[in-house]
Design a protein around this ligand. Structure first.
Ligand code: DX5
Ligand code: ZN
Length: 227
């Protein structure tokens, strides 16, 4: 698998999401990352089901919905019906994570599990063989434009090792504070889906920023693994 770029529209102009997505797609976006926040699990409120439905009409690439909400089970069907291709849920809010992952897959979607920076890897141990991807949060979720937490790089490496031990081919996505400077390192560590918000949509030219980020990410594929 090569590296996929997943622009996060959280940092785009919400009055012009169609244009933001079109620019990212021209730049080579592989997936559009949609951040859903409920003001409970994270201290911010963003967008929800009707916006996903509208984005589905204009996006040509799959929508990856990142649910930062306390009760994701309640809304899985609605997000699937609205057009999500993938849903990521946080392990921190789910006592029955296995059931949730199965419910997402039963809807025909790819299931991802997300780990906050302070959440230990052990949370993945029993679910590794069932998930389609693992989303490693490299900032505390809730806001775009935060600084990458350096420890996340070795966490990606540890998640990859855990998945390999479990015989899982799940991919690792990384989300938070990714830019042109650090992207190659996280790819070298094992990340294969790069979520980026401000590095793309706060750039003067989001199309170009997407293209440049992809190129910088690909450089990480051939880089020697940094220690
Ligand atoms: C943070 C969100 C991220 C965010 C990333 O809670 O999950 O997807 O949009 O934004 P940047 O790339 O600016 O850190
Ligand atoms: Zn996100």
């Amino acid at each position: 698998m090569s590296v996929l770029i997943a622009p996060s529209i959280l940092s785009a102009d919400f009055a012009a999401l169609g244009e933001a997505i079109a620019a990212a797609e021209r730049g080579g976006a592989d997936v559009i990352h949609v951040d859903v926040m409920d003001g409970h699990f994270v201290p911010n409120i963003s967008i929800g089901i009707p916006v996903v439905r509208s984005l589905r009409r204009v996006a040509h690439v799959p929508l990856d919905v990142h649910l930062m909400i306390t009760d994701p089970d309640r809304y899985l069907e609605a997000f699937a019906e609205a057009g999500a291709a993938m849903i990521s849920v946080h392990v921190e809010v789910l006592p029955h994570l296995h059931r949730t992952v199965q419910a997402i897959q039963a809807l025909g979607l790819q299931a991802g599990v997300a780990l906050n920076p302070a959440t230990p890897l052990a949370a993945l141990e029993q679910i590794a063989g069932d998930v389609d991807h693992v989303l490693v949060m490299s900032v505390n979720p809730g806001f775009g434009g935060q600084t990458f937490i350096p420890r996340s790089e070795s966490k990606v490496r540890e998640v990859r090792a855990l998945l390999d031990r479990a015989g899982s081919r799940a991919s690792i996505a990384i989300d938070g504070g990714i830019d042109h400077q650090n992207v190659a390192r996280v790819v070298a560590a094992g990340a294969r889906v790069i979520v980026a918000g401000s590095a793309i949509f706060h750039a003067a030219d989001p199309e170009r920023a997407t293209r440049d980020l992809k190129e910088a990410a690909r450089a990480g594929l051939s880089a020697p693994v940094p220690r």
